[in-house]
Design a protein around this ligand. Structure first.
Ligand SMILES: C[S@@+](CC[C@H](N)C(=O)[O-])C[C@H]1O[C@@H](n2cnc3c(N)ncnc32)[C@H](O)[C@@H]1O
Length: 371
């Protein structure tokens, strides 16, 4: 349970009221696809006189901009309250609403991290030919404050993008074909988002078992992707019809196994201080360290500092001093002599890591060396 709600459920009602029953600081990730307030008037027809199946739903209608702003302020304030300090929020919109929503978010205190442009590779044409083809939507990604320690799987995103840093323009087709849920041959929901979009968001900014909240669940895209990726979810939605569709969709979705969801490329080597090498006898107090050509030498002190030509400091500081640089990596500068050969202290560090450090699901544990 989370407050009044069971985990992995979609609850019917107005999200502003329902959000009030979610505890403070309890949600890891929020994805919100609110009404756009498109302000469409009259039907739109293609050149061949067939009617365009646009967004003219009751849920998208507001009496005025002021009403829309008030609504946005209310649901976003609740989202701010329920989001964990370590969490983050994504809000998607079009030019009709996203600038207003962004300003309201900043007024509430959200700290904006990125705006992502979802470039639609197959957008609907501008049938009237009176404007540019509107081929994108904007997503705002934000945290509760500038100092939030939010989740971001940078390295996984880079791998996903062929080893290049993932950019803020995402080329993803709109939801069509098999993926588009239909009832009696008609789209079940006018704004069903592509699962690929949610896949990237949930994968990059949350962890397995995290709790993902969507206040405007619609056809259940967020919930279905959250389930597939081993996350928990809570959803709110006004319309019973959409909830029914979403539940059917979630029930048909299977979870990926845990080992496929592990962020293997995110695992970073723990930092090993030089002092640890001394404590475990890899380097001795009083021993001489050399540069690779033996031109420079320094003596290891009891406090793990080096003494060299009257200068004292860390392995990094002394190597930088010798090279007349501001900073230098001492691990690759210094060597010890073992069996009459120069061995890099970096090599000793790797041996130390192998013998004494075990990395388990991003958590670092020290283990006792087995002999
Ligand atoms: C833009 S759609 C979300 C579509 C969804 N992302 C998907 O992929 O299917 C917005 C949804 O919010 C619902 N909605 C609008 N106002 C709401 C409110 N105050 N509380 C809860 N749901 C609301 C609408 O019924 C609609 O299904």
């Amino acid at each position: 349970m989370i407050g009044k709600f069971q985990l992995n459920t979609i609850n019917q009602g107005d999200c502003i009221e329902l959000l009030k029953n979610v505890p403070d600081n309890s949600i890891d990730l929020i994805f919100a696809d609110p009404p756009y307030n498109l302000q469409l008037s009259g039907d739109l027809y293609r050149p061949n006189q067939t009617k365009v199946d646009g967004v003219d739903d009751v849920w998208d209608k507001f009496d005025s901009m002021a009403d829309y702003d008030k609504f946005s302020n209310e649901w976003l304030k609740e989202c701010y309250r329920v989001l964990k300090n370590s969490g983050s929020i994504w809000v998607i919109g079009t030019y009709h609403n996203i600038f207003r929503v962004g300003a309201i978010m900043q007024n509430i205190g959200f700290w904006l991290l990125n705006d992502i442009i979802w470039v639609k590779t197959n957008p609907m044409p501008n049938f009237k030919g009176t404007r540019f083809n509107n081929a994108h939507e904007t997503l705002i990604w934000a945290t509760k404050s500038k100092s939030s320690n939010y989740t971001f799987h940078y390295h996984s995103m880079k791998v996903m993008n062929d080893d290049l840093q993932m950019r803020s323009d995402w080329l993803i087709p709109i939801c069509q074909g098999e993926e588009r849920i239909k009832v009696n041959g008609q789209k079940a929901h006018s704004t069903q988002k592509p699962a690929e979009l949610l896949f990237r968001i949930i994968l990059s900014t949350s962890n397995p078992e995290d709790l993902v909240l969507d206040p405007f669940m619609g056809s259940g895209t967020t919930a279905a992707v959250a389930k597939r990726l081993g996350r928990n979810f809570i959803g709110f939605e006004k319309e019973e019809f959409y909830i029914k569709i979403a539940i059917e969709r979630i029930n048909k979705t299977s979870k990926l196994s845990k080992d496929l969801l592990d962020y293997k490329v995110e695992k970073r080597k723990p930092k090993v201080p030089f002092g640890n090498l001394i404590e475990k006898g890899f380097v001795k107090i009083g021993e001489t360290l050399y540069s690779n050509n033996k031109k420079y030498a320094a003596i290891v002190q009891a406090d793990a500092s080096l003494s060299c030509y009257g200068e004292n400091g860390s392995i990094h500081k002394i190597s930088a001093y010798i090279l007349k640089k501001e900073n230098n990596n001492g691990w690759t500068f210094w060597y010890v002599i073992r069996n009459n050969e120069l061995i890099s202290i970096d090599q000793l560090r790797h041996k130390y890591e192998k013998d004494f450090i075990l990395i388990k699901s991003n958590k670092i544990e020290l283990r006792i060396k087995q002999t």
